[in-house]
Design a protein around this ligand. Structure first.
Ligand SMILES: CC(C)[C@H](C(=O)O)[C@@H](O)C(=O)O
Length: 439
């Protein structure tokens, strides 16, 4: 019997000819990523179980990325980065994207920012490979045709010591997006549509295989937006088959060899769903769950207090480009926070131009708050002094991935998840707004 893309990758990574859903197999990791939130815990378990002097299985396959609680005076958050630094030094870790000068991130050439985007930009996400990460949005890298999933600290410590992990093969759900993408829709609308359709537990421990003409035409950043939120439907991982778009992105960042894998034509799926994207509309996820979907035009009376554009899901270069396209030449009516995912995205804001103006100039002329230092920032609240944290019971339209109570700080705050177009349109009016009103 044929295999899905996820099954093909996991079969290869376990040295098997065939695998099927439900089977438990030992999988070899190509890469393990951890960050400042989970790294210290993972290191603690690793040392306890493998010994104080134990060495990681491969010092070139562990990537350490401080990104979550960086620009804060919180002593425990600062200490977490120190723990990563000490471990990187002791183990001779090749890829440690350190930050020492918190007062000026630009003084830290190694510092990248949000792990999922940094992994892609630094060439660590490659077709056919297996990536484990101590973060639920590790599924982001499935956009590169790899198996990428979030794991807990204990599993990560085991991978750190052995390079392997026992995994149950997930059954695959196929989502096919065909048709011409309307100019007012972005990848975020597509994934919010899916999560609204199947629910936050609609894909629990399943692999989402994303395909179709509309996906084939998408850039890597838009593909990442879709895979990033697979976890919001409970997905174990998501995959998009690699193509020329993937190869161009990866090859411009790494010369490491990789083997692209593809689903067999006769693979079996647990579920198949087709979408005609030309018929979809801009959507939001209302408080307090990513599956609480509504058409933007049905919630236009909701007044908002602020807009947040940032995170692994919605803080990439194209996310800002799309927001800038819509905002250009107009004034925002509510405080609008801009948090580039990485140092590279930050630089893009100051070099990419639309009609002669840099994205940053467009935002500043429109009255947005100056772009912040790259990190996860207010996406998940963080210490009280975190930039963009929602400290009051405000209504926020956000390009991020989660809107659980308290997610961005205050438990009474109401977070509406939206595309960069919808976030930008809403910033211009002060209420939730369909981007078509400005197109
Ligand atoms: C802090 C980390 C464990 C968490 C995750 O795994 O997703 C965070 O990144 C998030 O987005 O909620």
């Amino acid at each position: 019997m044929g295999m899905t893309l996820t099954e093909k990758i996991l079969a290869k990574a376990s040295g098997k000819i065939n695998v099927s859903p439900g089977e438990n197999i030992w999988v070899n990791a190509d890469l393990l990523m951890t960050h400042d939130v989970c790294g210290p815990g993972t290191i603690g378990v690793f040392k306890r179980e493998f010994g104080e002097d134990a060495k990681v299985w491969d010092k070139e396959k562990l990537v350490l990325i401080p990104d979550h609680y960086i620009f804060t005076k919180d002593a425990r958050a600062n200490r977490n980065i120190d723990i990563l630094r000490e471990f990187a030094r002791e183990q001779g870790i090749k890829y440690f994207y350190d930050i020492t000068d918190l007062s000026d991130f630009k003084a830290n050439p190694d510092y990248k920012g949000v792990c999922h985007i940094a992994l892609a930009q630094e060439g660590h996400t490659r077709p056919g490979e297996v990536l484990f990460g101590t973060d639920s949005h590790t599924c982001n890298a499935g956009a590169f045709g790899q198996f990428a999933t979030g794991i807990g600290n204990t599993d990560a410590a085991f991978v750190m010591g052995t390079g392997k992990l026992l995994l149950k093969i997930p059954a695959s759900m196929k989502f096919v997006f065909d048709g011409e993408m309307p100019p007012y829709l972005l990848a975020k609308d597509l994934i919010l549509q899916v999560i609204g359709d199947i629910g936050v537990n609609g894909a629990t421990y399943r692999a989402l295989q994303i395909e179709g003409d509309a996906i084939a035409k998408m850039t890597m950043e838009e593909r990442m937006t879709i895979c990033n939120m697979a976890i919001e439907a409970g997905g174990k991982n998501a995959t998009i088959a690699p193509d020329q778009t993937t190869f161009d992105y990866v090859r411009s960042r790494t010369d490491k060899p990789f083997e692209s894998l593809y689903a067999d034509a006769d693979a079996e799926y647990y579920y198949v769903k087709h979408y005609d994207v030309s018929k979809l509309e801009p959507v939001v996820a209302k408080p307090h769950s990513p599956d609480n979907r509504a058409l933007v035009r049905d919630v236009q009376d909701v007044k908002i207090d602020r807009v947040y554009i940032g995170s692994c899901t919605g803080g990439k270069t194209e996310d800002f480009y799309h927001a800038a396209q819509l905002i250009k030449g107009q004034q925002v009516k509510v405080p609008t926070y801009l948090v580039p995912a990485t140092q590279k995205v930050y630089n893009d804001l100051f070099s990419l131009k639309i009609d002669g103006l840099t994205l940053s100039e467009i935002f500043l002329q429109a009255g947005c708050i100056e772009p912040a230092s790259p990190s996860c920032a207010g996406c998940l609240g963080g210490p009280q002094d975190t930039f963009g944290r929602v400290n009051e019971a405000e209504v926020c339209v956000s390009t991020t991935n989660r809107n659980f109570p308290g997610r961005m700080g205050n438990k009474q705050a109401q977070i509406y998840l939206a595309s960069p177009y919808t976030a930008a349109a809403s910033a211009l009016t002060g209420h939730i707004t369909d981007p078509r009103d400005f197109m």
